[in-house]
Write a protein that binds this ligand. Structure first.
Ligand code: AMP
Ligand code: MN
Ligand code: MN
Ligand code: MN
Length: 286
């Protein structure tokens, strides 16, 4: 088992635990190295770092940046970043500023199908209103009795082709990687097994083009062991890591005790031959 968990969310984005609660849970589950990677915001890192110090957990500053690439929304993790770096801070601010308008459009669109009051309802779930997102909508729609759980809300209302889905322009791949690199971090392709455009999974040839571009722009890692990957996908993405000379990362993508694919920590080992992403910063510190 790996005792590194380099991908999780707090109430500063769409997780349900505060940074302190999250770190406490990680400590109880014997995580030794933890990165907090909230969507498009670094505001929870200071609290998490403080809590990690109490438990003797090594804490890595992280972020998960929303990116539009061709017809896909991608997530790029920045690990070991300086959260105060101006270009990164400004870039993230730019992405966040579009979320309110998207939320308004989502709510209007749902109202047209007879589901009202969703904007106010969703904001009640967004402890950090700057990061209002689909998960907050989903939680409210469950509360209001429209679906039995968050996953069903996504399927029925919040993915491409459904009434609450509103297309959005996020950061470019080039900008996201350049902000991460500028802030001294390592850019990692998050959960490559999860990308879809509508119901269609990203094909192999598109994934290869994406990884070529990612590497060319300075991307350095890929999530091999992710809470949202199956064991055959660990092997598949380990092969891509090798082929593209990428470092391998691992993370639960934990969002909360009730909603996650996997709990914090407790990730199976990498397939053989993977070079862990932490060699990048552990080497630099040695
Ligand atoms: P947003 O950035 O507001 O578009 O929301 C993206 C977030 O929605 C992801 O980070 C996940 O937490 C969540 N999400 C996306 N697809 C699903 C799904 N099918 N089931 C549950 N949660 C999902
Ligand atoms: Mn999320
Ligand atoms: Mn993600
Ligand atoms: Mn995530």
């Amino acid at each position: 088992m790996l005792d590194y968990d380099l991908h999780c969310h707090s109430t500063f984005s769409d997780g349900t635990l505060t940074p302190t609660q999250l770190v406490t849970r990680a400590a109880g589950r014997e995580v030794k190295v933890l990165a907090l990677t909230d969507h498009d915001d670094v505001a929870g890192l200071a609290e998490a770092a403080q809590a990690a110090a109490v438990f003797g957990i090594e804490f890595i500053n992280g972020v998960e940046i929303s990116v539009s690439w061709r017809s896909f929304t991608l997530h790029i993790l920045g690990l070991h970043i300086d959260p105060h770096h101006p270009a990164l801070a400004e870039g993230l601010h730019g992405i966040r500023s579009g979320r309110r308008q998207r939320a308004e459009l989502m709510s209007e669109s749902l109202a047209r199908c007879g589901i009202g009051g969703v904007l106010e309802g969703a904001y009640r779930y967004a402890a950090n209103p700057d990061i209002i997102g689909r998960t907050h909508f989903a939680r409210y729609l469950v509360e209001a009795g429209h679906c039995k759980d968050v996953g069903s809300v996504f399927k029925r209302y919040l993915v491409k082709g459904k009434p609450g889905y509103v297309p959005h322009q996020w950061a470019s791949l080039e900008d996201a990687i350049s902000w991460i690199r500028g802030a001294g971090g390592i850019a990692v392709m998050a959960h490559p097994g999860r990308y879809t455009a509508g119901r269609k999974a990203m094909g192999k040839s598109t994934l290869i083009e994406l990884l070529e571009e990612f590497v060319e722009l300075g991307g350095r890692g890929i999530e091999v062991v992710s809470g949202s990957h199956t064991p055959p996908q660990y092997a598949e993405f380990a092969r891509y890591a090798k082929e593209f000379g990428l470092l391998s990362s691992c993370g639960s993508d934990f969002h909360g005790p009730e909603e996650s694919y996997r709990d914090l920590g407790r990730l199976p080992d990498f397939p053989l031959e993977c070079l862990p992403v932490w060699t990048a910063w552990e080497k630099a510190a040695a």
